[in-house]
Design a protein around this ligand. Structure first.
Ligand SMILES: [Zn+2]
Length: 108
């Protein structure tokens, strides 16, 4: 079981790096890169807080986790229109690896 707060600083650094690479709005927070990264940052925090809650909530967590994965995939589809963003997002999605029993199609 996870106890106590989780150190997200390495991931936050990655997100900051990703945003720097994707940003086209001079950090005004209006471009897809900024918005996507901030959305992912929020989702990471949601995932972490859900995953560190008591086991009694596990079913709800799993539902929530699936919903989050769906949202991430939708964001990924939007970002895929930008090849540069897609590549950076691919790196980031390593943090969102699905459980081994999930279907994980490879497009290579
Ligand atoms: Zn931007």
């Amino acid at each position: 079981m996870v106890s106590g707060p989780i150190d997200l600083s390495p991931l936050q650094r990655e997100l900051d790096n990703l945003r720097l690479q994707l940003c086209h709005c001079n950090h005004a927070g209006t471009c897809l890169g900024c918005q996507g990264v901030e959305m992912l940052r929020q989702q990471v925090q949601m995932i972490v807080s859900a995953a560190s809650q008591p086991v009694l909530l596990q079913v709800a967590q799993e539902t929530q986790a699936k919903e989050l994965v769906k949202q991430v995939q939708e964001m990924q589809e939007r970002l895929l229109r930008d090849p540069e963003a897609a590549r950076a997002l691919e790196e980031l999605l390593k943090y969102f690896q699905a459980p081994p029993d999930e279907e994980t199609p490879t497009n290579h």
